[in-house]
Design a protein around this ligand. Structure first.
Ligand code: SF4
Length: 219
């Protein structure tokens, strides 16, 4: 199976449960959600005019709308050529769950990687059983019960205090679920949102996700 890849790079995971973990990011192209604060708007559409070869994607080092179809063997070859050492792979987007990620995650695991998916929770999640699933629900979108049940972690973006009411609503969908980590993430390093997140995390014993990569100025 081929996946539309926007970019692949090695860095440190800056968000959620795996913050600080050396990671290879596979960013897939395509997202139907269109959140106003999205910081990867260039991934929304898969236009033919922006399609490039897999060799060009491997060399790409700027964020833009270019993408290429790649299969898992080409992805693994790229990791080998670059001599990357991270063992954690983050499949992100865009919205990666508009694609069936079962073959990709199972194959990467067989090669010794641990997989993580970052999704909005609005799509059916198709991945290996061991994949760590991070859901970032969006308050004006329909968060699927199946996504909530499959998730290992809810990473919720906050701008205003009122945003918390949607989180309460979706958490009540899965109140008997064991082992689901919740973290709050201020949108775009907004100071007021950060204060709300700190206060609420302390009160609820949730985790704070600050997008570490943006503070230490790495990708
Ligand atoms: S779901 Fe993610 S990629 Fe899609 S618009 Fe929202 S923040 Fe951006």
């Amino acid at each position: 199976m081929n996946y539309p890849v926007n970019e692949i790079f090695q860095t440190i995971q800056g968000e959620g449960y795996y913050t600080g973990t050396p990671s290879i990011f596979i960013r897939l192209q395509g997202c139907p959600i269109h959140c106003p604060w999205c910081d990867t708007k260039y991934t929304w559409t898969c236009l033919d005019k922006n399609k490039i070869s897999s060799e060009e994607i491997i060399k790409k080092n700027t964020s833009n709308q270019q993408w290429s179809l790649m299969n898992v063997e080409q992805i693994l070859l790229n990791i080998k050529i670059k001599k990357w050492t991270a063992k954690h792979i983050v499949i992100t987007g865009g919205e990666p769950c508009i694609y069936n990620l079962l073959h990709l995650t199972e194959t990467l695991e067989k090669k010794g990687f641990r997989c993580q998916i970052e999704s909005s929770g609005t799509q059916l999640i198709q991945c290996s059983l061991n994949t760590w699933v991070t859901i970032s629900p969006k308050k004006n979108q329909n968060t699927l019960l199946t996504a909530m049940l499959r998730s290992n972690e809810i990473k919720y973006p906050i701008l205003k205090k009122e945003d918390l009411s949607y989180l309460d609503k979706i958490l009540s969908m899965v109140k008997n679920k064991k082992k689901c980590y919740v973290s709050l993430q201020p949108i775009s390093q907004n100071k007021e949102a950060l204060e709300i997140c700190i206060k609420t995390c302390i009160m609820k014993n949730w985790k704070l996700s600050i997008q570490l990569h943006k503070y230490i100025l790495i990708k």
